[in-house]
Design a protein around this ligand. Structure first.
Ligand SMILES: NC(=O)c1ccc[n+]([C@@H]2O[C@H](COP(=O)([O-])OP(=O)(O)OC[C@H]3O[C@@H](n4cnc5c(N)ncnc54)[C@H](O)[C@@H]3O)[C@@H](O)[C@H]2O)c1
Length: 349
C-alpha cells in the first residue's frame, strides 16, 4: 500500500480552496490541519473538508507544522509571507508546495532559492501550468519540432475586474506582471528551451483607486530569446479592459494557438482547443483537450514523486527562480517608467 501523506494547508483563501478541493479525498492524502489568520476561514475549511477524521484548524502555522503526522505543507498565503513560512517549514523538517511568486523582492527571492538549494527537504513552487494537460501537449508538440524553431510568442492575460476588493488586495502585494507573469515567463523557457537574454516593459495606471502609489494595474513586457526570437506578455487587472486570453506560439514551420475552453466561440463542451497551422501544407489541424485548468492534485503528486524518487520536479527551483528574476526585472523597469505619472499626480495635490 502506498504511503499516506499528512498535509497542512496554510492560507484558506481563493487558491487555498482550489488546492484542498482537489486533494482532500485522495487515498494517499490525509489533511491533518488548515491554518488561516482569520480563524473563521480555517474553521470553515475544517468543517467542509473533514473526511473521516476531523481536520484540525488554527491561526498559528508553527503549532500545526510541528506535528509528527505532517509530511507536506501547502503554502497558499500572501506573497510577503512565503519566505518566513518556508523557513519555518524547513526548520520543522517538512516538504513544501509553495504558491508563486516565491517572494516580493529580489533579495527575499534569493534567500528563498538558497534555502531550498541547501535543504534536504523537497520544495515545489506552484507553477500550475506545468501540470496542465493542454500546456503539456503544446510543449510536447513544440519539442517534437512540429512548428520548427519558435521565433515569436504572443501571450495576453487581461482581466476585467468585477471584484475590486480582491484585485486591490492583490495589487497591494505585487503587480500582475509578477503575480501572473511568472507562470508565462516560465512557459517561454519550458516551451522553447531558450534563455531569456533581456527583458523590457511598459505599464499604465488605468484605475488609480485600485493601485498603491508607485504601482500600475496594466503592464506589457517584451523578452528577447537566446535563439534571436521574442516573446511578449500583457497583463492587466482593470475595471475597464476586456477579459482576453491569447496564447500563440509561432515557429519557422507553423503555429500553435491555444484557446482555453472559456474563450472558445463554440464547442466549449470539447474542452480546450489546440489549433495547429502547418505552413508547408497550409493546413490546420485541431486537438481538443479535456484539461483541468488548475490540476492541484497532479501538482501535489509531482511533489510526492520528488520525495519518493529524489527528483527535482518541474519546474525545478532554478526554473522558478529564473522566471521570478525576469518578472522582477520587468516590474522594476515598468515602475521606473511610471514614476513620472506618480510625480505629476503628487504635484497636482
Ligand atoms: N497558481 C495560481 O494560479 C494562483 C492563483 C491565484 C493566486 N495565487 C497565489 O496564491 C497566493 C494567495 O493568493 P489568493 O488569491 O489565494 O489570496 P487570498 O487573499 O484569497 O487568500 C490568502 C489567505 O491567506 C491567509 N493568510 C495570509 N497570510 C497568512 C499567514 N501568514 N498565516 C495564515 N494565513 C495567512 C489570508 O487570511 C487569506 O485567507 C498568492 O501568492 C497568489 O499569487 C496563485
Amino acid at each position: 500500500m502506498s504511503k499516506v501523506y499528512g498535509v497542512v494547508l496554510i492560507g484558506c483563501g481563493h487558491i487555498g480552496q482550489e488546492h484542498i478541493e482537489n486533494i482532500y479525498y485522495r487515498d494517499n492524502i490525509k489533511i491533518v490541519g488548515v491554518v488561516d489568520y482569520v480563524l473563521e476561514r480555517a474553521e470553515l475549511f475544517s468543517r467542509k473538508y473533514s473526511c473521516g477524521e476531523k481536520v484540525l484548524y488554527s491561526t498559528d502555522h508553527k503549532e500545526m507544522i510541528a506535528r509528527d503526522d505532517v509530511d507536506i505543507v501547502i503554502v497558499a498565503t500572501y506573497v510577503n509571507t512565503h519566505l518566513q513560512i518556508l523557513k519555518d517549514c524547513l526548520a520543522a523538517g517538512k516538504h513544501v508546495l509553495c504558491e508563486k511568486p516565491i517572494a516580493s523582492t529580489v533579495e527575499e527571492g534569493k534567500e528563498f532559492y538558497d534555502l531550498v538549494k541547501a535543504s534536504d527537504r523537497k520544495v515545489l513552487v506552484a507553477h500550475i501550468l506545468r501540470h496542465n494537460d493542454t500546456y503539456t501537449k503544446a510543449a510536447e508538440l513544440i519539442h517534437q519540432g512540429l512548428i520548427g524553431d519558435v521565433r515569436l510568442i504572443r501571450m495576453v492575460q487581461n482581466h476585467h475586474i468585477m471584484n475590486r476588493e480582491r484585485y486591490a488586495a492583490l495589487l497591494n502585494d505585487c503587480s500582475p506582471i509578477v503575480d501572473c507573469g511568472v507562470h508565462y515567463i516560465d512557459v517561454v523557457k519550458w516551451f522553447t528551451g531558450c534563455d531569456i537574454v533581456s527583458v523590457d516593459g511598459m505599464g499604465a495606471v488605468v484605475n488609480e483607486e485600485n493601485v498603491p502609489e508607485g504601482g500600475f494595474d496594466y503592464g506589457m513586457i517584451s523578452m528577447r530569446l537566446s535563439n534571436g526570437g521574442m516573446a511578449y506578455y500583457e497583463a492587466g487587472w482593470t475595471n475597464s479592459t476586456a477579459s482576453q486570453n491569447i496564447k500563440e506560439f509561432v515557429g519557422t514551420k507553423g503555429r500553435i494557438r491555444l484557446v482555453l475552453r472559456d474563450f472558445r466561440e463554440e464547442h466549449k463542451e470539447e474542452g480546450d482547443l489546440l489549433e495547429v497551422y502547418d505552413d508547408a501544407t497550409k493546413n490546420y489541424s485541431f486537438i481538443n483537450i479535456h484539461a483541468q485548468y488548475k490540476n492541484m492534485n497532479a501538482q501535489l503528486q509531482t511533489l510526492i514523486d520528488m520525495i519518493e524518487h529524489d527528483t527535482d520536479g518541474f519546474p525545478t527551483m532554478d526554473d522558478a527562480f529564473e522566471a521570478f528574476c525576469v518578472a522582477l526585472e520587468a516590474d522594476e523597469k515598468i515602475r521606473r517608467g511610471i514614476k513620472k505619472y506618480w510625480e505629476m499626480k503628487s504635484l497636482k495635490k
